[in-house]
Design a protein around this ligand. Structure first.
Ligand code: SGN
Ligand code: CA
Length: 533
């Protein structure tokens, strides 16, 4: 909604209700709940047609709101995505280019602007930006990545530890905040940000084993050999077959693994992290864990799968745990939605459901994210806003996480600063054909680093994608998403695509200029990273 539409609704409300006191008008400014999970691929949401899992509560948001089919991030990794969301700016402008960066909290962010305009603001759950949260009246966040079981929380009063599963605990805090902590005289903006379903996928007691023996459909490219692609895909260390940890990720005890003679991808790190995480569990939690994973270990030692069968086994184990963790995300979102229903908050609250990026669930043989290829570049996005968005609507425009800040400000009737690079999505809420961007810009920087995904930037148009991998290589890739939605064939050197390639190069240059990215800036970030090493 643009400001004038907002004002019209606002004025008509006052006329119809005959009330002009500051409190009665204040309470009618919409509340906002920004729900963000971590690494939740759209492939694991039934509203997006998942054949892996049912997510009735996320689907409820889609049934009562708008599902965005082409929502993307600007840099597919956690902290940079969070910084882009808070500032409405690409990484090269907000300076938060990789997970190693510390967020410059003196920057203008949408929670700060809302707070200045009389909103009550809060954040619970994953933060991951290192510096202390600013612009929030209430905050209780996980330090760093945080833990699934019995996590610590950073608060203004210091660190506290709580017993239980992080998804349940963060939801408890969100509900407690809504129920008894917030200032009820003001509209609120709550960022409810779960750790789940981030690696290493530790399901809660209630969700352990729920997906055992499910017949998971394998992605067609589970055994991708990266033929017809460049060096980056071949060299990335995120293959289920080779880089997923049998201990760390698949929950095989290091002693069990030793009996099989199989070498762990990272023998000095993975078993140790697995045992460290396990040691956080209470005796009761360990008992539940062992009751399920013990027999899996036994079977693995007795009938150790080999080669492709081992990859299939790892994929199934991965899905069982990942989906178990998603299940509790959905259940806990349901608790929050129920709280809103029971407390008359549903109608006047806009809810955004998204993830900090997408994730590979076996496509190209991978887990993790980072690449500008669709599964990790795309992210789920569902917005429910009952008074404005028609139930069950859908949108297929190219939207991006830098659009969230201006959208939220717009809905709250707060002026959007000119320096914000994203666009308010409110014109799309009406469902008409609106003039909208037809290109997206992307830039990923975290290399050399875990998973070895090379630095790259690129453009995505409605049909094509052009990517430049740089740093220790200089390679271009071009995909025709209409003919090759799975991005299996790099057409960069295909003569039939020469014209398209040339025009994409020009479009990319314009886009970089538009968003003010440049080789100089890239070099500055490279120098900065080298200096920090
Ligand atoms: C951890 C994970 C990685 C993951 C990064 C970043 N390793 O380092 O697999 O890519 O987080 O994730 S683990 O051994 O600790 O599980 S992000 O979502 O926070 O960017
Ligand atoms: Ca993430």
């Amino acid at each position: 909604m643009n400001r004038s539409v907002f004002l019209l609704i606002f004025i008509s409300f006052i006329i119809h209700n005959g009330c002009t006191g500051p409190n009665s008008t204040e309470t009618e400014r919409p509340n906002i709940i920004f729900v963000m999970t971590d690494d939740h691929g759209y492939q694991a949401i039934s509203a997006y047609g998942s054949n892996l899992i049912d997510t009735p509560n996320i689907d409820r948001l889609a049934n009562e709101g708008m599902l965005f089919r082409r929502a993307y991030v600007s840099n597919s990794i956690c902290a940079p995505s969070r910084a882009a969301i808070l500032t409405g700016k690409h990484s090269h402008i907000n300076g938060h280019i990789n997970n190693g960066s510390v967020f410059d909290s003196t920057q203008v962010t949408f929670p700060k602007l809302l707070q200045e305009e009389g909103y009550e603001t809060a954040i619970v759950g994953k933060w991951h930006l290192k510096s202390e949260p600013t612009g929030f009246d209430f905050w209780k966040v996980l330090p760093g990545q945080g833990h699934y079981y019995n996590p610590d929380f950073r608060t203004p009063e210091g660190m506290i530890q709580e017993e239980g599963h992080s998804t349940e605990l963060i939801t408890d805090t969100a509900i407690e905040y809504l129920d008894s902590i917030r200032d009820r005289e003001k509209p609120f903006m709550l960022m409810y940000q779960l750790k789940a379903p981030h690696r290493q996928w530790w399901p809660s007691a209630e969700d352990i084993g729920v997906y055992t023996d499910h017949d998971f459909e394998e992605p067609e490219s589970l055994f991708d050999d990266y033929e017809n692609r460049g060096t980056a895909a071949k060299e990335a260390e995120m293959r289920i077959a080779d880089h997923m940890g049998l201990t760390l990720d698949n929950k095989i005890h290091p002693d069990s693994l030793a009996k099989t003679g199989i070498e762990e991808f990272s023998p000095n790190i993975y078993p140790r992290i697995y045992l460290d995480v396990y040691s956080r569990l209470t005796d009761e939690q360990k008992e539940r864990w062992d009751a399920y994973y013990g027999p899996i270990n036994k079977e693995f030692v007795e009938n150790t799968p080999k080669e492709d069968e081992l990859t299939r086994w790892k994929f199934r184990r991965y899905m069982e745990d990942y989906l178990g963790v998603v299940r509790s995300v959905d259940r806990n979102l349901g608790r929050l939605l129920e709280y809103l229903d029971e407390n008359g908050l549903t109608d006047n609250t806009m809810i955004v459901y998204t993830s900090d990026q997408g994730f590979y669930l076996g496509e190209h043989g991978w887990f993790d994210k980072r690449f500008m290829y669709e599964e990790s570049f795309r992210t789920p996005l569902i917005i429910r806003y009952p008074s404005v968005i028609q139930s069950g609507s859908e949108n297929s425009d190219l939207v991006q996480n830098i659009d969230f800040a201006p959208t939220i400000l717009d809905v709250a009737g707060v002026q959007i600063p000119g320096e914000i690079q994203g666009e308010s999505l409110t014109p799309l809420f009406a469902g008409n054909n609106t003039e909208w961007r037809d290109q997206l810009y992307y830039h990923y920087y975290e290399y050399p680093a875990e998973h070895a995904v090379k630095r790259h930037y690129g453009i995505r148009t409605n049909r094509y994608k052009l990517i430049h991998f740089y740093y220790d290589i200089d390679e271009w890739e071009l995909y025709d998403l209409e003919n090759d939605p799975q991005e299996m064939m790099n057409l960069y050197n295909d003569p039939d695509y020469a014209e398209i390639k040339d025009s994409l190069h020009l479009e990319l240059e314009d886009l970089r200029e538009h968003y003010r990215d440049s080789d100089e800036l890239t070099n500055q970030f490279l120098q900065r990273d080298l200096a920090e090493e």
